[in-house]
Write a protein that binds this ligand. Structure first.
Ligand code: SDX
Length: 392
């Protein structure tokens, strides 16, 4: 206001906007979407129901949800030219790079900016990306596995169809597994929004230049990829696997996590906002127990995760820093039990977060927010004359 610039690395104490979408209380471990508790939504709602709630602000009636679902289903055909791009990737390509590229490719097929004054234009862009993204997610996974792509049947239902496109084996009937579908529905809901996290802030600032919805989402996917953010769910599994292979010596890794000279961090622990249990982690931990026992899986890394959690909850280093398990600590254990490859975990996070990114982008554009353009404090060289290369 008075020309004074304060630097706030990581925006730890900076608010970027006012928002009516998601409420977090980091001290109490509270998370609500449009006023509804995450505990109720995870237990009672459908993922598309929650997507509608986040984006448009109210839980839909049966008729509205049916139309929303049909409009999304109608958009679940992806241009064959985009499918050709999938073919161009080598199997070794990281799925987050593939999905980010495919989302950018969709951008090339859509307007560079959406006319936000037209609710119809905005609605059409929203159902288009919600319809196509699960196809891109499934194709990304099938590409990695060298399997033929499955075009799905969106009359199965959003989450069920996603699972079919990911897992239906060629020349075998698709066998629905209600335990897995219910767990995936819950996981997607738990990831759907989280106020101004790194990737959502990226979507908002990209969109603030009036870049289109798809381009802004592609920027958010890239930010989510980082191991300190959405990439943590993959890093957690790799960490637990490394501990298992190292004889399950959790105490050794706890010591490494506390050693300032050791770059090792206990992945899946700590959070910028939650200084108490991440409410999502509690729900996912319970779901992990249920899914693994329902599927008859005894996964040793679940026991290693629980041992790490117990040790951290009783260790002054973690207690003093209020480091608790976050959303990424147990989610990978469920994805693994579902048969989802570890490199796909962050793509699943992106699929869950898609409605939140859309809702936040729409709120920012409807709020006619100015283009994001922070200032800086310059600490570089003062004015100096150019010296010809012969004199350097
Ligand atoms: C997500 O923002 C969101 O809402 C994100 C998210 C969402 O839904 O969008 O919730 C999803 O990204 C969850 C977080 C996933 N990331 C990880 O699990 C990676 C491991 N966690 C850390 O890297 C860290 O806790 C962060 C990134 C989550 C938070 O970092 P902060 O807030 O910048 O905290 P910090 O790095 O300044 O750490 C504070 C102290 C430091 O020690 P001191 O310098 O005070 O001695 O805590 C220590 C850190 O060294 N610390 C850890 C630790 N996390 C923090 N020490 C060991 N292991 C850890 N995991």
């Amino acid at each position: 206001t008075d020309g004074v610039i304060t630097i706030d690395p990581g925006y730890k104490n900076t608010g970027s906007c006012v928002s009516a979408i998601t409420f977090l209380d980091g001290e109490k471990g509270i998370l609500r979407y449009r006023g509804y508790s995450i505990e109720e939504l995870a237990e009672k709602a459908d993922f598309l129901e929650v997507a509608y709630l986040l984006i448009f602000g109210e839980l839909p009636t049966t008729e509205v949800l049916e139309k929303f679902t049909q409009d999304i289903c109608a958009q679940s055909i992806v241009d064959e030219d985009v499918r050709k791009i999938v073919d161009a990737f080598p199997k070794s390509a990281h799925p987050m790079g593939v999905i980010s590229s495919l989302t950018s490719a969709l951008t090339a097929f859509n307007p560079s900016s959406v006319n936000v004054d037209s609710e119809e234009d905005m609605y059409n862009a929203i159902v288009k990306i919600l319809g196509k993204f699960p196809v891109l997610v499934a194709w990304t996974m099938r590409k990695k596995q060298g399997l033929p792509l499955d075009y799905g049947d969106c009359n199965l239902g959003y989450v069920d169809n996603t699972f079919k496109m990911m897992f239906k084996q060629p020349n075998k009937d698709y066998v629905k597994n209600p335990i897995v579908i219910s767990a995936l529905n819950k996981l997607l809901i738990l990831h759907a929004d989280h106020e101004q996290n790194c990737s959502t802030s990226t979507v908002r600032i990209a969109g603030s230049s009036h870049a289109g919805l798809f381009a802004s989402l592609s920027a958010g996917i890239s930010a989510l990829w980082g191991p300190l953010h959405g990439g943590a769910n993959q890093a957690v599994l790799e960490m637990l696997e490394a501990i298992r292979l190292d004889g399950g010596d959790t105490k050794k890794y706890m010591a490494k996590a506390k050693d300032k000279n050791d770059p090792f961090r206990l992945m899946g622990f700590g959070h910028r906002v939650y200084k108490n249990f991440d409410p999502r982690a509690k729900i996912i931990k319970k779901a992990a127990d249920e899914v693994l026992s329902d599927l008859g899986i005894d996964d040793p890394i679940l026991n290693i995760a629980k041992a790490l959690e117990q040790e951290a909850l009783n260790d002054p280093y973690f207690v003093d820093r209020k480091l608790y398990p976050n959303v990424d600590f147990y989610s990978g254990i469920i994805y693994r039990a579902m048969g989802i490859p570890v490199e796909m975990f962050t793509v699943m996070f992106a699929m869950g977060r898609l409605p939140g990114w859309i809702a936040q982008w729409r709120e920012m554009r409807l709020g006619k927010e100015p283009i994001g353009r922070p200032r800086q404090i310059y600490v570089g060289e003062t004015l100096r004359p150019f010296t010809p290369i012969t004199e350097r």
